[in-house]
Ligand binder design. Structure first.
Ligand code: NAD
Length: 366
């Protein structure tokens, strides 16, 4: 807890800077107001929505103030749990009216993947900033439409890439950028778990847009990019399916994929819904390696190199993410690794290419 506080302190305001900020306040526009709290409504009060809501209770700059849900009993429960006023509660039919609610700045979409596209466009039309869970959408076309809708409405679109604020992850990125690992040659990403209930939305293509790749493999796709610092130029992929009943057409169970980067570095990754304990990144450079395990779970994240453990504070990912999103929205802060729609579109484009490579057996050039 102590280390988390220390970290939160370093990423938020220092007391010494307060007089300067107050002075600035009278001269600068709202979106540069570093003291402003991001007031958020969560859409989709399921398992991850609940985790975000709990984490937000420790935020210094973001506050849960509203909900959007199709289940009245959940709304009631959240109202009493998080002290949410009735005027900030909506269902899926009424939430366009959020436009007229001055007490909500942003809506965080935490519904099944295939519903992100419409929701983000409606939120943008209502003039609110959109925060959207990964995967941002179920294909690149949807992602582009979401980006355009937010641009047209002049609102920000941020994607819930919590690892982009995780201290061990950021330290590895710093080490790589500083040249401490030498030229990067190889990345390995293993992302998977055994999925349970066969009736859940994650195994229904209409709602998920795909299988393990959309849900968990995306961590290796995204991780390969932030760990190497490069964008892939080619992709190959192979799919294995051991249970055709549970993993129907369009729902991938296991995909191995390889990516090549402009520098000549390569990545080899595994995405699966049928193996437990797959949460490992390995980055190999000419001078040193880094192993992260766990690499993208809720934490604590662990990383080591040839010198031993890489020491960094353990944080609640969603707490830091939401405070940092407040700074991105109000202060135009630039995160080390972007979390905007364009960043997420890159993952969607790669995932589409992985599916194409797996289906055709071809090497896909990007
Ligand atoms: P969940 O099933 O626990 O919750 C989904 C919520 O959406 C439920 O409250 C459900 O009632 C609601 N919903 C609205 N319309 C629905 C419909 N038509 N069908 C089914 N449910 C509907 O799922 P979850 O695990 O909370 O995942 C939600 C989103 O969050 C997904 O996009 C997932 O990829 C993402 N997620 C991200 C992380 C992360 O670490 N960033 C972790 C878990 C989930």
């Amino acid at each position: 807890m102590h280390s988390r506080r220390k970290f939160l302190h370093t990423v938020s305001l220092s007391a010494a800077s307060l007089p300067f900020i107050n002075l600035k306040k009278s001269f600068m526009k709202d979106h540069f107001d570093e003291t402003k709290t991001l007031r958020v409504a969560i859409m989709g009060l399921g398992s991850y929505g609940t985790r975000v809501a709990e984490a937000m209770q420790s935020c210094t700059r973001a506050k849960l103030v509203g909900v959007i849900s199709g289940t009245p009993s959940k709304i009631k429960d959240w109202q009493s749990r998080y002290n949410i006023p009735g005027k900030n509660c909506y269902n899926y039919e009424t939430y366009d009216a959020i436009k007229n609610n001055p007490d909500i700045d942003a809506v965080y979409v935490i519904t099944p993947n295939a519903l992100h596209h419409d929701a983000v466009i409606r939120i943008a039309k209502a003039g609110k900033h959109a925060i959207c869970e990964k995967p941002m959408a179920i294909n690149p076309q949807q992602a582009k439409e979401m980006i355009n809708a937010c641009k047209m409405a002049n609102v920000k679109l941020l994607v819930g890439y919590r690892m982009h604020f995780e201290p061990h992850t950021l330290e590895v990125i710093r080490m790589r950028k500083a040249g401490e690992m030498g030229k990067i040659l190889f990345f390995q990403g293993l992302s998977g778990f055994v999925i349970g209930d066969p009736t859940q939305w994650r195994l229904n293509k209409e709602l998920s847009g795909g299988g393990a790749m959309m849900d968990i493999g995306i961590y290796s796709v995204n991780g390969a990019r932030y760990m190497t610092g490069e964008e892939p130029v080619w992709i190959t992929a192979q799919e294995t399916k051991t249970d055709k009943e549970k993993f129907k057409d369009g729902i991938d169970e296991t995909i191995q994929f390889e990516m090549g980067f402009p520098s000549g570095a390569v990545a080899s990754c595994l995405s699966t819904y049928n193996m437990e304990n797959l949460d490992r990144f390995f980055l190999n450079g000419e001078k040193d390696f880094v192993e992260m395990m766990p690499s993208t779970g809720y934490g604590p994240i662990r990383a080591k190199n040839s010198k031993g453990e890489i020491q960094q504070p353990d944080v609640i990912h969603q707490t830091v993410q939401m405070d940092e999103m407040a700074a991105i929205i109000f202060d135009n802060k630039q995160p080390v690794v972007p979390i905007d729609g364009e960043e997420a579109l890159k993952d969607m484009t790669i995932i589409e290419a992985i599916y194409k490579a797996a289906k055709t057996g071809n090497k896909i050039m990007l």
